[in-house]
Design a protein around this ligand. Structure first.
Ligand SMILES: Cc1cc2nc3c(=O)[nH]c(=O)nc-3n(C[C@H](O)[C@H](O)[C@H](O)COP(=O)(O)OP(=O)(O)OC[C@H]3O[C@@H](n4cnc5c(N)ncnc54)[C@H](O)[C@@H]3O)c2cc1C
Length: 355
């Protein structure tokens, strides 16, 4: 596209080959910089001006690049006369003669500096402390802030930058995705370090036909991913908890009701097989479906009511149809008169024989 205007008069008798030399300016040249000018833009902000001033080494490289183009042209010419296409016309060059003789290394042959450039290097990466980011494109002074794209190039040539920018972004993503096992903070014990499910087990319901697939949790890149079964899918830690403790954890849910949360001080699950099933499922499916909870206080109240109901009042198949921990006020003697006690406005009901 750059040479379209120049090339549109070419006929079928001509073959045009464009030779383009691309060089890179030496870095850390004080005369090449971006500065804010006194002139302001439409937002009344100072305009940024780019100054590019090649040094002696840059000019040497530029001459060498042009000589290499001439050498290449001679190879293509194959010992024959050839023509150099300029802005307005063709200039003939004798066999074996360098293009420089008709087209000196000056304006007209050379693009101006800055006519082909890409913005880059504002967050240049490297080991030197004067650069903004380190070799992993992490900001030197910040532990968890990274940059990506051409901004991290320590220098940039004329070639298009996106492929390199994309490659660097992928390199950074690979690095960030690498998993390192969790190391507990001082005073804490890791219940799950991201590498093993040792000490964890899936709950199982043993007395409900058709609910015998407990589901499982897969360990993927240091995280647990739940695979649904027909059971409640409860993963529990088999290590006895101390009398008092502080629990720290990280989790992620994709949808609001995907997770029942963390149950603390749970009874040993296999000793009361149906407790887990009814307890967890009722809270999740009955309570949350039928109650709108406003903050922690109302959630605590609902859970307290559920726990009291399922522990003291509801009879459990796995316990020979007896409550787990019958309340002393709950007479179990048979009688013809029954009493109904409500919890949570009738969401939970408990029937007992009248005294
Ligand atoms: C006309 C043109 C043609 C080009 N052609 C090519 C080509 O053919 N091949 C090639 O490899 N490269 C090409 N480039 C260069 C290439 O597009 C850029 O190098 C590349 O897009 C830079 O990627 P980046 O992610 O660093 O920045 P950008 O693509 O500029 O992305 C920065 C993003 O940040 C957003 N942003 C800025 N400020 C804020 C803020 N405060 N809050 C939130 N978001 C913000 C911007 O809206 C933008 O979406 C071309 C560039 C231009 C201008």
């Amino acid at each position: 596209m750059d040479t379209f205007e120049r090339s549109k008069h070419i006929t079928d008798t001509q073959v045009v080959i464009t030779l383009r030399g691309i060089g890179e300016l030496r870095p850390a040249n004080a005369n090449t910089r971006v500065s804010l000018a006194a002139e302001t833009d439409e937002f009344n902000m100072p305009r940024a001006f780019v100054s590019i001033q090649p040094g002696a080494e840059d000019n040497t490289l530029w001459d060498a690049t042009d000589r290499a183009s001439d050498d290449t042209a001679l190879v293509f010419a194959g010992g024959q006369p050839y023509e150099v296409l300029t802005e307005g016309s063709f200039i003939g060059v004798a066999a074996g003669q360098r293009a420089q003789t008709v087209l000196p290394f000056t304006t007209g042959r050379r693009d101006g500096l800055g006519t082909t450039h890409h913005e880059a290097g504002t967050l240049a990466a490297g080991t030197s402390s004067h650069l903004v980011t380190n070799a992993d494109a992490r900001f030197h002074e910040v532990n968890n802030l990274y940059a990506t794209g051409p901004a991290v190039f320590p220098s940039v040539g004329s070639p298009n930058p996106m492929l390199t920018g994309t490659a660097l972004a992928r390199r950074l993503a690979d690095k960030l995705a690498q998993f390192t096992p969790t190391v507990p903070e001082p005073g804490f014990t890791a219940l799950f370090d991201g590498t093993s499910l040792s000490g964890w087990a899936m709950s199982t319901i043993r007395n409900q036909p058709g609910r015998d697939d407990s589901g499982r949790f897969m360990l993927i890149d240091g995280a647990l991913q739940a695979i649904t079964g027909t059971d409640i899918g409860l993963l529990w830690n088999t290590t006895p908890t101390p009398a008092d403790f502080v629990l720290k954890l990280e989790w992620r849910t994709w949808r609001a009701y995907d997770n029942s949360g963390v149950f603390l001080r749970f009874l040993t699950i296999h000793s009361v097989p149906v407790f887990g099933y009814y307890g967890v499922r009722s809270v999740k499916q009955e309570c949350l479906r039928m109650l709108v909870l406003f903050g922690e206080g109302s959630l605590r109240r609902a859970l307290t009511e559920h726990i009291a109901h399922f522990h003291q009042e509801r009879n459990h198949q796995g316990k020979r149809n007896l409550p787990l921990f019958p309340s002393p006020e709950t007479p179990l003697a048979k009688s013809r008169a029954f009493r109904r006690t409500e919890r949570l406005g009738g969401l939970l009901n408990f029937y007992s024989c009248a005294a």
